[in-house]
Write a protein that binds this ligand. Structure first.
Ligand code: PGA
Length: 253
C-alpha cells in the first residue's frame, strides 16, 4: 500500500505578519512544481486565515496547532472552536502535542476529547504520541504509546475514526533538542503503532499516515523518510527556515 507522504510545518508560537508573507512566498515558489507528497502549514491561530488566503489556489494545506474548545459556539471567552477553524480554511488540527501535554497539563482524556471534537467539526486530527526520556530509558516506550493510543482505540467507533486521522510519533526527548531518534528507533515505534492499529483493523492500519517528529532537519529527513512505516514528518524548528523546509519536503517525495 502506498501512502501519500505528509510534511507538516509546526511553526509553534513564532512568526509575525510580515514574516508569514516572506516564508510562504518562498515555500510556494519552491513547491510550485511539487508533484508528490502533501505539505501543510500550522501557524499560530492569529495567522490562520491569512495563511489560508495566501495558500488559496495552491496544493499546500493548513491547520491549527490545537483545538482550544471541545464545544460548539457559546459563551466561552477566549476560546476558539473547531467549526471556526474549519471556517477559516483549516484542514487539519494537531492534538496532544507534547508541549500541550507537559506545559498545559493536557491529559490523555482531554486529548481524546479534542480528537473527536476535531472530527466532529470536519477537521482531520493529527494525534501526537511520544515518550519522555526516562520512559525510554526504563523501556516504557511501548507502554506509553499504547496508553496514548488506547484512549482513542477504546472509544466507541475509535478505530474507525482513525480512517480520518493522522498520527505523529514524537519522542519528547527529541523535540527541539537537536537529538533525533535514529531511523531504526523511529521505525520500530512506527511499526509498533501500525501493528497495534492492525490488531483492531488491518485496512485502516495500512492506510493511516504516521509522521515522525523531533529534530527533523534537511540532513536527516531522507534517512527517516526511507523507513517503511514513516510517512512524513512534523517539523518544528526547521520549518521556520524556508530553504531547509523545502529540502525536507523534497526528501519526502
Ligand atoms: P522540532 O519540533 O522539529 O523543533 O524538534 C517538532 C515538533 O514539536 O513538532
Amino acid at each position: 500500500m502506498t501512502r501519500q507522504s505528509l510534511v507538516a510545518a509546526n511553526w509553534k508560537m513564532y512568526g509575525t505578519w510580515t514574516g508569514v508573507n516572506n516564508i510562504l512566498a518562498t515555500i510556494k515558489q519552491g513547491l510550485a512544481q511539487n508533484a508528490g507528497g502533501e505539505v501543510a502549514i500550522f501557524p499560530p491561530f492569529v495567522y490562520l486565515a491569512k495563511v489560508a488566503r495566501l495558500l488559496h489556489g495552491t496544493k499546500i494545506t493548513s491547520g491549527a496547532q490545537d483545538i482550544c474548545s471541545v464545544t460548539g459556539e457559546g459563551a466561552h471567552t477566549g476560546e476558539v472552536s473547531g467549526v471556526m477553524l474549519r471556517d477559516v480554511g483549516c484542514r487539519y488540527v494537531i492534538v496532544g502535542h507534547s508541549e500541550r501535554r507537559t506545559l498545559y497539563g493536557e491529559t490523555d482524556t482531554m486529548v481524546a476529547r479534542k480528537f473527536f471534537a476535531a472530527q466532529e467539526a470536519g477537521l482531520v486530527p493529527i494525534l501526537c504520541v511520544g515518550e519522555q526520556l526516562d520512559e525510554r530509558e526504563s523501556e516504557q516506550t511501548e507502554a506509553v504509546i499504547a496508553r496514548q493510543l488506547d484512549v482513542i482505540l477504546e472509544h466507541p467507533g475509535g478505530v474507525a475514526s482513525l480512517a480520518k486521522a493522522v498520527i505523529a510519533y514524537e519522542p519528547v526527548w527529541a523535540i527541539g533538542t537537536g537529538k533525533t531518534a535514529t531511523p531504526a528507533q523511529a521505525q520500530a515505534v512506527h511499526a509498533f503503532i501500525r501493528g497495534k492499529i492492525a490488531a483492531h483493523d488491518q485496512p485502516i492500519a495500512e492506510k493511516i499516515r504516521i509522521l515522525y517528529g523531533g529534530s527533523v532537519k534537511s540532513t536527516n529527513a531522507a534517512d527517516l523518510f526511507a523507513m517503511p512505516d514513516i510517512d512524513g514528518g512534523l517539523i518544528g524548528g526547521a520549518s521556520l527556515d524556508a530553504p531547509q523546509f523545502l529540502e525536507i519536503c523534497r526528501a519526502a517525495r
